[in-house]
Unconditional design. Structure first.
Length: 436
């Protein structure tokens, strides 16, 4: 009986899931491994964090997406170790042997020389992060509603975002929409003018993946919206009650959102493989790992150079790499030569907020309403499940015509406020309730 080759894919993000789906019609056994049983549409996480979308709208069960792929099996597990020599993968309960391996485990937040940021800052890399941030923001508003001490109130109503990339910019704009359109209806004791949003960027411009003119436009647009943009500023310290910049400036804040710094999330492996900047795996032009022709690395886990430039690790790159790897495996099985990976850049878009955005498509620079609309349309089309696509569209239309943000439930105790903030909130809440 002919042995069917086994392809193991670790990570069900954009690249890993696309590779599995692209291999659905190939005569191979595919095992897709992920620690979660759902695929997260990461570009929409900031909308979960800012009460625009519910968590269920941006996540889809992996098994639902693989129903038609009869040769693909999903395994919910966390990989403990990879042995590249023995071609063996170990999880807590399984040991798998592979003929081909696709690494697509993505990245995780990196706090660099500010380790305390891990305890007090909110990253936004997965669904749990988005839910925690949303809970924390709503808790801050609830506490500020009954807070009488102006210093504590100021701290609660100051939101600092570290990082001027797409995530930081989109968060800033979405928070501004939440504050100006929703809060006045629900919190009679909070004036939107009291709330301060600060966007901190170490470089001299925002959105460095786009032309400088679009970055400059973004700065002007955000400042016009009332967002404080601080360029060429670095955070040197993060504490429970605020952050300090490298020039000594102290910013009292209860919310620090960490939208900068990532490192590759690579399972423990043997032997050690070559790593580049941010701990990413250095791959050959055909996305193979050097010395291991049966191992591929894709997505923002891999350091990929195309046409003399390093890819930035966005979703379209991972999707194209997933398709390429599936083709490469088929060619290798047929004994054909594998050509180098070439990325086709369809353009870049980013939302600024309040119905405006920026982008570049085919060398044409776009600003204002049109790139905002294009961003929504593109992400709606790329969403992998039609049910979620429909509910997201309905929610966006509802938000557009009513200006409301319906997903404002705090589904946990106010533990999203840490330390003294937690105790103050509880005591103040009891005090107010006793008077009522």
């Amino acid at each position: 009986m002919k042995k069917i080759p086994r392809v193991v894919i670790i990570g069900a993000g954009f690249g890993g899931l696309q590779a599995a789906q692209s291999l659905a019609t190939t005569e191979v056994e595919v095992i897709l491994i992920d620690r979660h049983n759902y695929h997260t549409f990461v570009p929409l996480l900031y909308q979960v964090a800012t009460a625009q979308l519910s968590p269920e709208q941006v996540a889809v069960p992996i098994r639902t997406l693989l129903r038609k792929a009869k040769n693909v099996r999903f395994l919910q597990a966390e990989v403990q170790q990879i042995d590249f020599v023995a071609k063996e993968i170990k999880t807590y309960n399984h040991t798998l042997i592979y003929d081909f391996l696709v690494l697509a485990t993505g990245t995780q937040s990196q706090f660099g020389e500010i380790p305390e940021a891990k305890n007090y800052a909110f990253p936004l890399k997965n669904l749990s992060h988005a839910i925690n941030l949303r809970h924390h923001l709503l808790c801050c508003f609830e506490q500020a509603e009954i807070e009488t001490d102006w210093q504590k109130r100021r701290q609660l109503l100051t939101i600092s975002i570290v990082g001027g990339g797409a995530t930081g910019v989109e968060l800033a704009g979405a928070l501004k929409e939440l504050i100006t359109k929703v809060l006045p209806r629900d919190y009679s004791n909070i004036n939107p003018e009291e709330i301060t949003i600060i966007l901190i960027q170490s470089g001299d411009r925002l959105l460095t993946e786009l032309p400088k003119a679009l970055g400059d436009y973004t700065v002007k647009r955000l400042r016009r919206l009332g967002i404080k943009v601080m360029l060429q500023s670095r955070v040197s310290q993060v504490r429970e009650d605020g952050i300090e910049l490298d020039d000594g400036t102290w910013i009292p804040t209860s919310t620090v959102i960490w939208a900068v710094g990532v490192k590759a999330a690579i399972p423990k492996s043997f032997p050690f493989i070559s790593r580049g900047r941010q701990g990413k795996i250095v791959v050959l032009p055909n996305l193979r790992v050097a010395d291991y022709p049966e191992v591929f690395a894709i997505g923002d886990l891999a350091k990929v150079n195309c046409q003399g430039k390093s890819l930035s690790g966005v979703a379209p790159e991972a999707l194209q790499q997933g398709v390429y790897v599936a083709r490469a495996i088929r060619k290798q099985l047929q004994g054909k030569k594998i050509t180098r990976f070439n990325y086709f850049n369809k353009g870049r878009l980013a939302i600024i907020g309040c119905y405006s955005g920026v982008g570049q498509i085919g060398g044409v620079k776009l600003t204002g309403f049109l790139p905002w609309f294009f961003w929504l349309a593109v992400h709606l089309v790329y969403f992998p499940d039609w049910r979620n696509r429909f509910t997201i569209l309905f929610t966006w239309l509802h938000n557009y015509f009513t200006g409301d943000r319906p997903v404002r439930l705090i589904l946990s105790s106010p533990q999203c406020l840490v330390g003294e903030q937690q105790r103050c909130w509880s005591n103040k809440y009891k005090e107010v309730m006793s008077k009522n």
